[in-house]
Design a protein. Structure first.
Length: 304
């Protein structure tokens, strides 16, 4: 099988690494906030950064940090209510878009220390917008209630994340946050269109075609290296059958769908994904990019 440069696995040690520091994202203008899905500020970089040459792997969003306060004075008309900051709104939208989120990744997304996250989600619970609990090994999880879905305007079904999907939900969210940490993303300003949004936009799509884990939309601005393009994002934790993987790739690469397909994979899925990419016609192979998932994609081992 020939070596395909576009599907080489990156190990995080890049020759042309970007600056180590992660710059905060530029706040969105009111017009951008109204026209694009919510964005989140990149968390502090805890993984090796991505390179300029790996720009196709960069996916994310942004938001603004803030403080969470409650009315304390009996003289206030809203005494006893929970007042939400922009950070709260960003966190609630993130949970809603990704079916839920584990505490450690939510803390990264909101740029707070892990011990600050429980009081934040407790306020969301008190407002009636979220539920929390331990759904498996590792940190606790937070997900939106029906009231939370209504308040955020997402309108998705308010269900507890299923146990069978916890690992995948975590990996997709971790990939989003890791990829958000590159400063080149701030300049290009693409946005992340989650699987949940895709399924809501195309309710019948899942019955006749594969729905990717996310889309990346590149705006038509001067700073964008890929103006107007839309890319598919696939997160693979376990290997599928080779024929099925090839069929999914071929469908995503059809001319009317996506300009690029980015695979973020666990080591177990590497062999099947790279073989499938190598079996594509030579002209299609450069449109597939494969990179390994960051360590944060995998739940930490419980302490004993």
């Amino acid at each position: 099988m020939p070596v395909i440069a576009s599907v080489a696995i990156a190990d995080g040690n890049h020759d042309d690494a970007l600056t180590d520091a992660v710059r905060p994202f530029r706040p969105l203008s009111p017009a951008e906030k109204s026209s694009h899905p919510v964005r989140f500020r990149a968390p502090g970089a805890t993984e090796a950064g991505v390179t300029e040459g790996e720009l196709r792997d960069i996916m994310a969003g942004q938001g603004q940090a803030g403080t969470i306060t409650t009315a304390r004075s009996a003289r206030r008309a809203d005494a006893g209510t929970v007042r939400l900051s922009q950070r709260d709104i960003d966190g609630l939208l993130l949970c809603g878009e990704h079916y839920g989120g584990p505490y450690d990744l939510l803390a990264l997304a909101l740029r707070v220390q892990p011990d600050r996250l429980p009081p934040i989600v407790a306020r969301w619970r008190r407002a009636g917008y979220a539920e929390t609990g331990r759904l498996g090994p590792g940190p606790g999880w937070c997900w939106l209630t029906r009231a939370g879905m209504t308040a955020t305007g997402l309108g998705f079904p308010a269900t507890e994340p299923s146990l069978g999907r916890l690992a995948h939900i975590r990996a997709v969210l971790a990939a989003r946050l890791w990829l958000a940490a590159s400063p080149v993303w701030a300049a290009a300003r693409p946005w992340w269109h989650s699987e949940r949004r895709l399924r809501a936009d195309r309710p019948a799509a899942g019955h006749r075609e594969h729905v990717p884990d996310a889309e990346i939309h590149w705006p038509s601005i001067e700073a964008s290296p890929y103006p107007g393009q839309v890319w598919a994002v696939e997160v693979e934790l376990t290997p599928k059958a080779a024929a099925r993987t090839t069929r999914i790739m071929t469908g995503l690469l059809s001319p009317v769908r996506y300009a690029q397909v980015a695979y973020l994979i666990a080591p177990a899925a590497r062999s099947v994904v790279t073989r499938a990419a190598g079996s594509l016609p030579a002209g299609e192979q450069p449109r597939v990019v494969i990179r390994e998932l960051p360590a944060a994609a995998f739940a930490p081992e419980p302490q004993r």
